[in-house]
Write a protein that binds this ligand. Sequence first.
Ligand code: IYR
Length: 227
Amino acid sequence: MTEYPFIPYRRDRFPADEMSRRANDFFELIDTRRSVREFSPDPVPRELIETAIRTASTAPSGAHRQPWKFVAVSDPAIKHRIRVEAEAEEKETYSNRMSDEWRQALAPIGTDWRKPFLEVVPWIVVCFEELYKVDDEGNKSKNYYVPQSVGLACGFFIAALHNMGLATLTHTPSPMKFLNNILGRPVNEKPYILFPVGYPAPDATVPDLARKPLEEVSIWNPEPLDD
Ligand code: IYR
């Protein structure tokens, strides 16, 4: 077991007007984030991807296990292999595995099995969830709240990329098992989300969708059911 000494945690409070300003500034920044499917091939320095992964890795996690691995790929041959195998799975999914209801839900977004962006982008980053831990002697130990922890880390990752002016997409070619093989990851790691990362193409378009208003996504001081 890792023992941590406890240390003081102090942050200066911001004056109320500065808090409001910061709250609005962050909202306005993050509100311009969109999932992008058309990317520029322009290179992105590795250092930026490293910082995005470092940012992701500050996310809270069950028992501080940080049960995530971010695998970054810029090698064109590996990106090509990922595209070929992702498209093969996606073709099967779109033609045979998706329900009609699912297909209809996706129709307005205009996706299909073709994933050319996997070869256009300068980086593919695949986040794996570490289902359980294996130490150097091969001893296994449990991780906790893995999907929640990894989801949070991926959220931080997306926010970090957006803040630095890069675009991504939460791509989930399904099933994703082929990524363990291509990327040489062990069986205790499971692909969670594949992120193509780059600049949006200058002529990229996104669906003109609206986000649910606050009233639809929040409930304030509700009554208990059992009163
Ligand atoms: N994994 C497929 C299908 C897909 C599913 C949902 I739900 C989306 O919001 C978008 C796509 C794909 O990546 O095309």
